[in-house]
Design a protein around this ligand. Sequence first.
Ligand code: SF4
Ligand code: SF4
Length: 435
Amino acid sequence: MSETQAMFCYQCEQTAGGTGCTRSGVCGKSPTVAALQDLLIFGLKGVAAYAYHARELGVHDDEVDAFLAEGLFATLTNVDFDVDRFIGYNLECGRINLKTMKMLNEAHVARFGAAMPTAVETGAKAGPAILISGHDLLALENLLKQTEGQGINVYTHGEMLPAHGYPGLKKYPHLAGNYGGAWQVQQREFAEFPGPIVMTTNCVMAPKGDYKDRLFTMGPVGVGVQQIKGFDFSAVIAAAKALPPLAAKAEKKITTGFQHQAVLGLAGPIIDAVKSGKIRHFFLIGGCDGAKPGRNYYTDFAQAVPQDCVILTLACGKYRFNKLEFGTVPGTAIPRLLDIGQCNDAYSAVEIAVALAGAFKCGVNELPLSFIITWYEQKAVAILLTLLHLGIKNIRLGPSLPAFARPEILKVLQDNFNLMPITTVEADLAACLKK
Ligand code: SF4
Ligand code: SF4
């Protein structure tokens, strides 16, 4: 959207000039309502992704389904022009997203057991291999079952890393390790991987020619490559046997599996460490990664966090720093870096924050806890709306503020929640530690 362009909507026949309403709607829709509708649609997309995975696992929720339908209906032409009602829908979208992430967490735990801290290999074993990326743990389970006893190692990529923490998945000895980093480097990493690659969800990139023939997609994902029907991985397994094997490579281990069930198991030592001054502050540094150079901010921030502070992280933004050495909080056995899991495990982060607030008899905003969030796409929008729905203030968001959030909407977010853009590591860290 250019500076002179107040909005862009081309969803109905009466659109201005037959190309799009850019100053105000021919229908009477204001630029603010147009922006709020866009925000709602983006939030709904995030909720839909989590609801999709929950439904795959056999659970759904009538209220979530009804909200998805009503929210979309409200954005139809000539249905709702009311700014206040759309502001209500935004915050309601955050509540519904929290409910959906909770539903998905419970479905994962019911099927795979509660995640537990687990050290994960990032090197490789020699032999035939399959790489699986995205967020769909059910797809991974099916792949592991179908490759059992076949001499094929399965490696996780991107957001599949937290799978290693679940008892129902880590029990498979051929779940060999985590390979590569976040989604935006997949074109290089997939080209280097010799075996077949399965992309279960976002974030997939248009494949380069050198791995297109061994890339498989499933579910709603499609980039013009072979599509897996249901959970039938026979073509992937055949490809793994026919393609060159992966060479052995030694690398360090990283740890995942610190969802709320595991962290709350450490609640006693953590609370004691805070009370005795061994832990000064908690930072939630995480969210969606992306390709912009400014995202080095998150690596630099994590490295600058003082030794007496704990970093909670989630989603693929963690690949900016999760192979660095953070050790333990001095004088304790508490790791300084706790990987909570996938983006949907933001639910676990909320549970941890609420439990800490309960233990210290204060609100979440009074905790020595700062949110340093990196956003990229619409799941992050849904999660941001969840944090705002919970009344969480002083969130630092980057690397840039969403272009769809018009100045008047940003002002509402800044006035009510003190949502702010990231600045410099030094300034932001100092401001957080003053809390
Ligand atoms: S719905 Fe309204 S703003 Fe959108 S294209 Fe139609 S007239 Fe324009
Ligand atoms: S965390 Fe966000 S950017 Fe990363 S793979 Fe998941 S949806 Fe994509």
